[in-house]
Each structure stands twice: as C-alpha cells, then as structure tokens.
Design a protein around this ligand. Sequence first.
Ligand code: KTE
Length: 488
Amino acid sequence: MNDPNGLFYDKSDKTWHLYYQNNPNDTIWGVPLSWGHATSKDLVCWNHHNLAISPDDDNSGIFSGSIVIDHNNTSGLFDKSIDINKRVVAIYTTATHNIQTQNIAYSLDGGYSFKKYHGNPVIDVNSPEFRDPKVIWHKETNQWIMVVVKAKDYKIQIWGSLDLKNWTFHSDFSSGYFGNMYECPILAKVLVEGTQSYKWVMFVSINPGSPVGGSINQYFIGEFDGYRFTPMDTFTRFMDMGQDFYAFHTFSATGDEVVGLAWASNWLYASEVPTHPWRGSMTLARIYSLKWVYQSNDTKLLTLIQNPILEGSGIKQTNILDIKLQLLVSNKPIIATTNSGSGLLDFRIKFKVLAREISSRDNRRLDILIKANFSSEYSIRIGFDASVSSFYVERQSCGDIQKNPFFRNKFSVHTEPLCFNDHGNRIYEVRGVIDKNIFELYFNEGSLTMTNTFFMAKDELPSQFELHCDRDELFEIEYLYVKDLKVL
Ligand code: KTE
C-alpha cells in the first residue's frame, strides 16, 4: 500500500473506514492502481475488505482522493432509503500516462462498493500532473471545498462546489519547500488548545525534497474564508521529522475533532523494504490540535500537537515498568522485558535535567535502547544530550535495504524544554510506540514527532526496554512507564 485515501467515520455503525493506494498484482507500486479498504471500531485493530474502487482498464489508476458524507444529498445521488451517515461520495484522481482528472463515485452500501458517476470527470484541466483531491464541507459559506495539487507547478488549487459535480476555481496557494513535487494536500480546521478558537491548517506533502531525505509533510497555519487561504506567517513547519510519514490524510465526518494518519514509508525506498508478503503500512491514527510552544525562553510558535490513539478495546495493556521520582545513577540501567511476545511496546518518560554546569566534553546523555530478546545489540536507540538540548535516534536495518543510500540510520532533533520556569531545571517528555517494525516518537507532549520504520533480523521482535545514563545525578525521572501491548 501507499497513501491513505477516503478516510471517514460512519456515525451510525460507529465504524472507521480507511482506503489506501494498492496495486492488486504486486508489492511494488504500479497500475492497475486501486483503492484497498479496511475498517476498524477503535482505530487500532483493522479488518480487511475487498478492493473498493478499481480503474476501468489495466493501464490506468485510481489515484489518491478523499470521501465526504453528503448528509443533505446535495449531489442528488442518494434517496431517502440511504441513512444520512452513509451517503458516501468518493472524490479521486483518475490517472493515465498522459492525463490526470478529478472524478467522483458513490456508494449505496456504506462504503463497501462504489458506482462511478456517469458525468465523470468532474474536473479536467488537461494536465498530466493534477491530483489528490481532498474535499471538506465549509459550513461558514455553505459549499464543498476541494484542495488539489498541480504537482509540478507547486500549487495547491482551491475549488468550490454546491453539488460535488460542478466545480468553480477559487484560488492557488503555494509556500514552503517545493521538492520535486507537491502531493496530497489537506485543509482542516484545528482547535487552538486552551481557547474556543480555531485556525485553518493547510498540509502538503513534498516528494522528494525532505530535509531528512525523500518524502515529507509540511503545514501552514492561517485563515480560510471559503475562497482563499492566508497563512499567519511564512514559517515552514514540518509535521514529522522521521523518514516514514507521508501523504497525511484526515477523517471526514468526525465533527470538530481532527483525526488523521499517514503512510509510514518513503518513496526513496518503499519498494525495497524487507517485509513479506506485504509492503507498506500506516502510522497510528492521531488526534490533532494547535498550541503555542516554546522556541526559546521568550518566543513561542503556534505548533501542531499530535497524540496517538491507542485506547482501543481490541488491545490489552500491561504495565511492565512504573517509576515515579527517581534520580538516575550511571551504573544502574533500568530494564523491562515484555511477556506477550507481540513486538508492541508503549512507553512514556518525563525527565528533568537538573540545573548543573554541563560542558560538551562532559558525560551528559540519557539513552533508551529497544532490543530483541536475547540480543545484546539494540534495534532502536532514542537518546537525549543535555548539553545541546537535542534528541538523537538510531534505527536498525537488515538485508538489501542497508545498501540503499537513502535509508538513513541516524536522526536528531533540537527541542526546547516544555517550560522555562523551574529554577533552571529543564523538563522534557517523550512518548514512544513501537509496533514490530515501526516506531513513533512524540516529543514534548506531541509538539514534535518522529516516525520511522526499522527492520530487525529474521524472527526477532522488539521486546526489551532499557534506560541508561552516563552521568550520575544529572537526570531525574518524574515518571516512566512501559506497557506491553497485545492485540486480542
Ligand atoms: C510514485 O509517481 C508516484 O511512484 C507518485 O509520485 C506517488 O504519488 C499514486 O501516490 C502519490 C499521489 O500523488 C498519487 O495520487 C498516488 C503520493 O499512488 O504518494
């Protein structure tokens, strides 16, 4: 699989629907590209279904797109017999070698099968690089809004419609890093924490062109009046600083909540990763808000906050470590081993760097190591260096992917403390979720994230958590828990 598509929530069935780019004939990308389909009750455990939309011939693709719930039947594609929460309309790109157009299809069975609209395409601008429509209902101006990219012109186009069939061009937006192309735009209204007010956020993927290599998502915060998006500043913000977070997409029909997820891979190596018999996966679903976050002791930047959704009823959580207020000493690592053998771990640590002189020559590091059972080598290392206030991350790889020059093993990110008024002590927080061959890191209460895949040796699974520090009494744990998770 690659991009998530058509995410929506069915309020009547309390079911989450996820579609995705899928080549039914191979584990590498290619036509006849179709929409695969999965559903979930809790966004954690998923059931697979048949292909939902396939192209008319084997040389074209149903590329990325979105789904809306047409509650009021603005499209006229439904009648009274269809539950208002199941009036499912998909808006997607049809791609052939030389043209990409926007099309719609509707479902009369709640999203399991689709009929293509006879009047397709609904937008054709005679372009070979025009794709990935994301549609939302803009209640302030009572119209459907589509964001869609002119990929190689680095433009996000905004279109409006009253019936999903007839579309009018409103405006273009472009900003930030261009890379080789723009893909998968998203527009969402996101709550500013601690207020009743919302800001509009425009997301766009670029590929390749990430500062860490390859595919990445960036976002801009501003205002949207139904016609034009106006950013509040010219800052380029990245959503996730790992190498495996791309084509971010949000769920429709969630009310005021913004819930989304991304494809956990990177076009620079997606077709070479050593997994079998599948290739490609999604990140966890995350819930989104905005918050003013410290950039220095006197500057704050409005920032996207991301937190994983992991409370599913389909998952059993067992604490294997639970520590409060403990000063760390260098010769005593803290170790926890899982029992379930699931390869799933969730940890959270909040620590204090005590106000001391630290020079860059001193020992000053804290390390979390994730190992497979009975292995002395670590597969993942997440560390913090107190003298430069930066986290560093390492991931293991194996097999042919090690030879791919674009697959990075090491990353680092600078992070200011959560707050600056603790008598010179500095507080940091990290949540990590590890699932067999992917790990997601949420730094400082979700204000910075890093998502990476990793590849262990055959039959190995992540199962041991170790915490080491290399200097006595520099770090104090406020709390640390490690959970062993098991899918029921
Ligand atoms: C990769 O050329 C391909 O080989 C595209 O650049 C990938 O593009 C198609 O995937 C995206 C979307 O823009 C397309 O709609 C979709 C982004 O599978 O990953």
